[in-house]
Ligand binder design. Structure first.
Ligand code: AVJ
Ligand code: FE
Length: 456
């Protein structure tokens, strides 16, 4: 296994918990009515997300480690994502904003007490792996390498990103402070890069905080392919629009065309044209669409149509991961495109540092071994792949994270895999092996795409 650059200690965990909580509280530091409102049928009221992260922490840290009935028994039903659809959550007997913050504070107090009891000495790396792990008592396994703390931290960051998507859908004047200016873009030396054919390792069996769906690592052979150095730009999406791409049925799959017709899709979400200029609304602010920025708020069907128009295709998730992480010199996959060290603001745009994607070419230091850039951060990238288990997948520690989203045997997935994280994803919640998924119609997420083609 890779030696962790920084050992995972109680302090590292406490810091990570604090950082995630700071985000959650910042995104919910708004008027009570804005927290309780259903801003879109696609999203939960923000106060539900907030209490849900506390409930998850209570389940997976307080109760899983210490036992007992929980910090506030009786809340599990309301905050169980599988029992109530997002659109129905505003009608539940939700905790109010002040009560929610008090609940989170109480749970966190218990978590920090537990961190003293189940401290770094309990986080020894998993002794052995595979078959042996079955013999490890459940709590020991949850604690190895701080896994369960990592799971809870990443879960909170996922909901923080979800809350940002809710903020983007919210009508009315801005309530979030804009972020820092991103680094400037630049023209890249080559528009596309070649990934030679051959085997590489997809997924991970050794990342201490990876989710079950990234595991097990396995060898995959891919024929040679070309992939774009950068994600598709707003400029290219406008060219697709101007070429009549949204009105040309031949470019769309049958399901995609049906959705395009039903929804009247004609541009990415949050865009409109005024005179000759494309404008967009971002978190309550109106601005001209910047041409040299990755396009976002497009669904998978739009990405697919654009790719067909361009005479290209979306990469599979295996292609995406090979382009992002495979190092032909060492023959192994890196944790991130640039190596195994944690993301920094020089290498990737993550964590809502900039409150939007950076211009294209802004991260030469984040290039992967094959020369692809901005693979981590900026925009989630739709891939051609459905969300299916890797060979030998075993659900851990709970089926509802991934397994229930996998298709039944012999069926196709209803979801498409997204890779690489967005500007809104925290650095701790993404890596080259990380797999996200959503329905091919979804546009409220911070997703764009990158094009590929066979090397013939
Ligand atoms: C991995 C982003 C698809 O938001 O539905 C949050 C993450 N799982 N709570 C989602 C998740 C449980 C999940 N995605
Ligand atoms: Fe959740």
């Amino acid at each position: 296994p890779i030696r962790e650059a920084k050992p995972i200690t109680a302090d590292t965990v406490a810091d990570a918990l604090r950082t995630a909580r700071q985000r959650s509280l910042t995104y919910t530091d708004i008027a009570a009515e804005d927290l309780l409102r259903q801003h879109s049928p696609l999203m939960s009221p923000l106060v539900w997300d907030l209490a849900h992260v506390g409930n998850y922490e209570d389940l997976w840290l307080v109760r899983a480690l210490a036992g007992g009935t929980g910090t506030r028994p009786g809340l599990d039903d309301i905050y169980d994502a599988f029992r109530h659809s997002r659109a129905s959550r505003s009608r539940l007997a939700l905790l109010g904003p002040a009560e929610t913050r008090a609940y989170l504070h109480e749970v966190r107090g218990r978590t920090l007490d537990l961190l003293d009891r189940f401290g770094p000495d309990r986080f020894g790396p998993m002794a052995g792996a595979g078959a042996e792990t079955a013999a490890v008592p459940e709590r020991e396994r949850l604690l190895a390498d701080g896994f369960v703390y990592g799971m809870v931290v990443q879960h909170e960051h996922m909901h923080d990103e979800t809350m940002l998507a809710t903020h983007q859908l919210r009508q009315g004047p801005p309530v979030l402070a804009p972020g820092a200016a991103p680094p400037p873009g630049r023209r890249v030396p080559r528009p596309e890069v070649l990934v030679p054919g051959g085997e590489f390792t997809l997924g991970t069996s050794i990342h201490p905080w990876a989710f079950d769906n990234e595991d097990p690592a396995h060898r995959v052979h891919l024929p040679a392919f070309w992939i774009d150095t950068l994600p598709v730009s707003n400029r290219a999406q406008i060219a697709f629009i101007d070429a009549g791409g949204y009105d040309d049925e031949r470019l769309w799959s049958a399901a995609g065309w049906e959705w395009r017709q039903t929804e009247g899709l004609s541009a990415p979400a949050f865009w409109w044209r005024e005179g000759g200029t494309w404008l967009r609304r971002r978190f309550g602010r109106v601005e001209p669409v910047p041409l040299d920025e990755p396009v976002q708020h497009v669904c998978w069907y739009e990405a697919e149509a654009h790719a067909r128009w361009a005479g290209r295709r979306l990469p599979t998730e295996a292609e995406w991961e090979k382009a992002a992480a495979y190092d032909p010199v060492t023959g192994r996959s890196r944790r991130y495109p640039w190596g195994d060290t944690d993301p920094t603001p020089e290498r990737a745009n993550l964590g809502n540092w900039t409150s939007g994607p950076a211009p294209l070419g802004a991260y030469p230091a984040g290039a992967s071994p094959c020369g692809a850039e901005q693979m981590i951060g900026d925009v989630w990238e739709w891939t051609a792949s459905g969300f299916t288990p890797y060979p030998g997948f075993v659900s851990y520690p709970y089926r509802e994270y991934s397994e229930v989203f996998f298709p039944k045997a012999g069926r196709e997935s209803s979801f498409r895999v997204l890779r690489g994280g967005s500007w809104a994803t925290d650095a701790v919640a993404v890596r080259a092996t990380f797999r996200n998924w959503d329905y091919p119609i979804r546009r409220q997420i911070f997703a764009g795409f990158r094009l590929a083609r066979d090397a013939g």
